[in-house]
Design a protein. Structure first.
Length: 136
């Protein structure tokens, strides 16, 4: 068009942010909230030693890779007092990503009970892997 100078728009890409998102990034919390979705499974079998966890605020695989190697805590309440508390915890570890929507695979020792499915868990920000990069 005459009278209008042509301006080339350079594609400025924002760097993808990996790691804790939202409130967890702003506060001094040591964990992100997650939900235990299901056991790792296929059509015929399920693996009760591995579960799939959806982490709050993680929407893609690159964000989920930040959590590889991090600890996961499933905290629940029992009916009997032990050491002055009814709270119990089963510890696990993130062993990899699951799918392209930001899910992660976790391994717990001992295995999680069926009552844990669709319940909340905590995905810790430790152990640190160095500069927010996943372990090789």
């Amino acid at each position: 068009m005459p009278g209008k100078p042509e301006v080339k728009k350079e594609g400025v890409k924002k760097p993808k942010v990996s790691g804790p998102v939202g409130k967890a990034r702003l506060t001094g919390k040591l964990y992100s909230k997650g939900v235990i979705v299901s056991y790792r499974r296929n059509r015929e079998t399920q693996k009760p030693n591995q579960v799939i966890v959806k982490i709050e605020g993680v929407r893609e695989k690159t964000g989920a890779r930040f959590y590889e190697g991090k600890k996961v805590a499933y905290v629940y309440k029992a009916s009997k007092l032990v050491n002055g508390t009814k709270n119990r915890v089963i510890w696990g570890k993130v062993i990899g990503t699951h799918g392209s929507a930001g899910g992660v695979r976790c391994k717990f020792r001992p295995n999680l009970p069926g009552q844990a499915l669709s319940r909340p868990c905590r995905v810790m920000f430790y152990p640190a892997n160095g500069a927010g990069e996943p372990r090789a």
